[in-house]
Design a binder for this molecule. Structure first.
Ligand code: TXA
Ligand code: MG
Length: 333
């Protein structure tokens, strides 16, 4: 984040002190929290007014439920019931980490958090500052990604200020700066309401891990559980995102530079940039791709590009999660 980004926004939002975030949550205010995946816009999950503000600030429809963030797997029984053994094993092994479990909700979970559904999504994020907040808070923090609805998720505190700097209230709400997110794409979401898990959103915890740790194979096909955030069009910058394959880009003749470039390229490091286009990022691995993905899409807008040509990474695991996000960003154009 450049100092110019910070100076463009009102003072009094940004902090590096977990105590400030804790104080905001306890006062029914909003605290943006860093996680290993993306930054989350947090509120006390048991406070319907605070949760209502999360929806208002994001511009998110009320039937899109929020993930409840807790300090450890020991908190699970306060939020969920009928936890299958495979889900307990996954919670024990993968938390803190980029895995969200959707389970039948405990009767006390407010409707505001679950969007009126009979399930609740729970995860323990892996970030030292946020774990410090959650342990001290000793409750649940409902937090969606800290972006405007449908837009690119933030992976730095600077991105959060760009997204929400004008709607959060300085001196009352806070943005806890925990540095750049180390994973960079949202958690894997698993529907754990049946005898075997289903993937609702791919992320860093992949199917072989779920199978090995959970001891049950992942089932494919549509889920009974509705995950409204999984819209075909999501994660979109202003620039149009077009998916292209590496071979096509390698053959691209390029465009003779007549003015500032209007096309960006996001592609693995072994794919060169055609003449006249601007390189947004050249990640060498799927993990690097995931880490830079959202910053690169934001950079496209900062440069006022018309189009981003994206070569998706190959392979399973995180590469599949990146392809999922890229195809949703492309669907928005
Ligand atoms: O990595 C992440 O999961 C980040 C960080 C902040 O933890 N959070 C995040 O939240 O991505 P959000 O709200 O942007 O995406 C959560 C997704 C949405 O698609 C929502 O519909 C789904 O989880 N979801 C939440 N509760 C659910 C439930 N009870 N049943 C099915 N889907 C649910
Ligand atoms: Mg989101």
């Amino acid at each position: 984040m450049s100092s110019a980004d910070v100076e463009a926004h009102p003072p009094g939002l940004l902090t590096t002190d977990a105590e400030d975030a804790l104080r905001a949550l306890r006062a029914g205010r909003l605290a943006v929290l860093p996680t290993e995946t993306v930054y989350g816009l947090g509120a006390d999950a048991t406070d319907p007014h605070a949760v209502a503000r999360v929806y208002a600030v994001k511009g998110r429809p009320a039937d899109h439920p929020l993930i409840v963030h807790v300090a450890s797997a020991q908190a699970l029984p306060s939020w969920a019931v009928e936890v299958p053994d495979y889900a307990s094993r996954l919670a024990e092994a993968c938390w803190p980490g980029p895995l969200t479990l959707v389970l039948p909700r405990h009767a006390d979970v407010p409707d505001a958090v679950t969007g009126g559904q009979d399930t609740v999504a729970v995860r323990v994020p892996d970030h030292p500052l946020t774990l410090q907040v959650l342990r001290a808070f000793d409750g649940g923090v409902a937090a969606p990604s800290a972006n405007r609805f449908g837009r690119v998720s933030p992976t730095t505190a600077g991105h959060v200020l760009d997204e929400l700097g004008d709607v959060l209230v300085p001196g009352r709400d806070v943005v806890l700066d925990g540095g750049p997110c180390t994973v960079g794409v949202e958690s894997t979401i698993l529907d754990c309401t049946g005898p075997a898990p289903r993937v609702l959103r791919p992320g860093a915890v992949d199917e072989p891990t779920v199978r090995t740790v959970g001891g049950v194979a992942v089932v494919a096909g549509p889920s009974r559980v509705r995950a409204p955030g999984s819209l075909a069009s999501h994660y979109a910058p202003q620039a149009r995102v077009r998916l292209v394959d590496a071979a096509l880009l390698r053959r691209h003749p390029g465009v003779p530079p007549t003015g500032p470039p209007d096309t960006g390229v996001l592609a693995p490091a072994d794919v060169a940039t055609p003449l006249g286009m601007v390189r947004l990022s050249a990640p060498g691995t799927a993990a690097a791709y995931a880490r830079v993905l959202y910053a690169a899409l934001r950079e496209a807008d900062a440069l006022d590009l018309r189009e981003v040509l994206a070569v998706p990474p190959q392979g399973a695991g995180l590469a599949a999660a990146v392809r999922d996000r890229l195809s949703r960003a492309a669907a928005a154009g």
